[in-house]
Design a binder for this molecule. Structure first.
Ligand SMILES: *Cc1c(COP(=O)(O)O)cnc(C)c1O
Length: 452
């Protein structure tokens, strides 16, 4: 990449000489150097070359209230002055964590009134794995150990996160654990074949029952799933999927872990994805939108029946130095206040999400687009060679080509294979949605042109 600003080159040299990046193609990164993001405001970022970019991904799905919120900086600074750190281990606590636990359970589904704090979503899912196994042991059923996840699910990048998730590339690099099995994902566009979406949704849900029976109900601790798969490609399940899963979960004595790290805190236009789908999780993983990404924090919201069993159980030998970190908790509290007082989720539901979904679907007429789907502030655009047969451009890396055009034209869209995905800040306005969709169309045109 040629650069105008000499500092850009310096930073790129630092990257090459000193930094090992997360989730990056190292060889490519060394050749091209990273784009350096230097500041942000609202829904826009600026890079070190002075380019202004619309952030269609809210960072990594997290910057719900947008960039540059003074209140969040102020909350962090004043908490740092008052009590910058203390822990929640060995019978101590501090006000920000306790007040945040209450604030979270006020917006959580009824009957979920306890929170275990972690530093990230991955740590939340590590916590889930240990908590559900501990729970069953306390219930006198220690053989209930197996957790069922889904192919192409994403639950983070610690060993437990990677193993619970269904990303083969992560499994191959030390990311597996015994006692975790996977079932098919409800990805109709990619895997539905000749079935209708509804029939495929039922089929995909039935795989859960099949797996429970195969492993044996007495050996299954829990089923873990995202209400909508995010990193897997914004996969909105067919309408039949969750009702059928609900029916199956009601039949068997297993826990349901909803990974709400992306869907939680308003992304669907409801507080949680499980609210949107009417599900009844026993545990919910949270992170990302909890602090709008201004500072790391995650956790698990726990159903009362589970919390009651744990509370009778003596030591739970699990926790993180930064569980419920006071500065993170203060920021999260202020972030929840902003979401609530500014009625951001209500506006998403009533106004901006319907507008985004309507405008995105206009892209369906584009020759490169096989499907546009979305829900709330989530969207996906499938890039194909043939619309009717859903045939891809094999081996061309169309998604990455499109992603590069987006970056070069002032828009961040992420590519998952040949699926372009978006998850803008929840505060995006209708005018900014227009900007997003117009830039997306331009980049689709440029991509199609490049393929000729
Ligand atoms: C991002 C994500 C995680 C992992 O969260 P980290 O904070 O990156 O550890 C877990 N689950 C889902 C659904 C996610 O999108």
């Amino acid at each position: 990449m040629s650069v105008k600003n000499p500092q850009t080159r310096e930073w790129q040299d630092l990257s090459r000489d000193h930094h090992l990046a997360p989730f990056s193609d190292y060889k490519q990164l060394k050749e091209k150097g990273p784009r350096i993001i230097t500041k942000a405001k609202g829904v826009h970022l600026w890079d070190s070359e002075g380019n202004k970019i619309l952030d269609g991904m809210a960072g990594l799905w997290c910057v719900a209230v947008g960039y540059g919120r003074e209140e969040l900086a102020e909350a962090a600074a004043s908490q740092m002055r008052e009590l910058p750190y203390y822990n929640l281990f060995f019978q101590t606590a501090h006000p920000p964590a306790l007040e945040l636990a209450r604030a979270i359970t006020e917006v959580a589904p009824a009957g979920m009134s306890h929170v275990f704090f972690t530093g990230s979503g991955s740590e939340g899912n590590d916590t889930n794995l240990r908590m559900v196994r501990h729970y069953w042991a306390l219930k006198g059923k220690p053989q209930k150990q197996v957790i069922i996840g889904r192919v192409n699910g994403y639950h983070g990048s610690t060993v437990a996160g990677a193993a619970l998730g269904g990303m083969s590339g992560m499994h191959e690099q030390g990311g597996t654990l015994p006692g975790i099995v996977h079932i098919a994902q409800p990805y109709w566009f990619g895997e539905g074949g000749d079935m209708t979406p509804d029939a495929f949704g039922v089929w995909a849900a039935e795989q859960l029952e099949k797996k429970i029976l195969e492993v044996g109900e007495d050996n299954v601790a829990a089923f873990i799933a995202e209400p909508i798969q995010g990193a897997g490609g914004v996969i909105i399940p067919p309408e039949t999927y969750w009702p059928k899963i609900k029916e199956i979960l009601a039949k068997y004595e297993i826990l349901f872990i909803a990974d709400e790290v992306i869907c939680g805190f308003g992304r669907t236009g409801q507080w949680f994805g499980t609210d949107y789908y009417g599900l009844k999780p026993d545990l919910m993983t949270i992170a990302k939108g909890l602090t709008s990404g201004y500072i790391p924090m995650g956790g698990v919201i726990v159903r009362d029946e589970v919390a009651a069993v744990l509370s009778e159980g003596g030591d739970f030998n699990h926790g993180f130095t930064y569980s419920g970190h006071p500065v993170a908790a203060a920021v999260a509290l202020e972030n929840l206040r902003i979401l609530r007082d500014e009625k951001i989720i209500e506006r998403v539901q009533a106004e901006t999400a319907p507008y985004l979904q309507k405008r995105l679907r206009e892209l369906n007429d584009h020759p490169l687009v096989g499907e546009v789907r979305g829900l709330g502030m989530l969207g996906a655009i499938e890039l194909v060679k043939d619309k009717t047969t859903r045939t891809r451009y094999e081996g061309k890396g169309v998604g990455m080509i499109c992603r590069q055009f987006c970056f070069d034209n002032g828009l961040i869209m992420r590519a998952v294979g040949d699926t372009m995905i978006i998850a803008p800040p929840l505060v995006i306005t209708c005018e900014e949605i227009d900007e997003l969709v117009e830039k997306a169309r331009k980049c689709l045109d440029l991509t199609l042109e490049a393929l000729k």
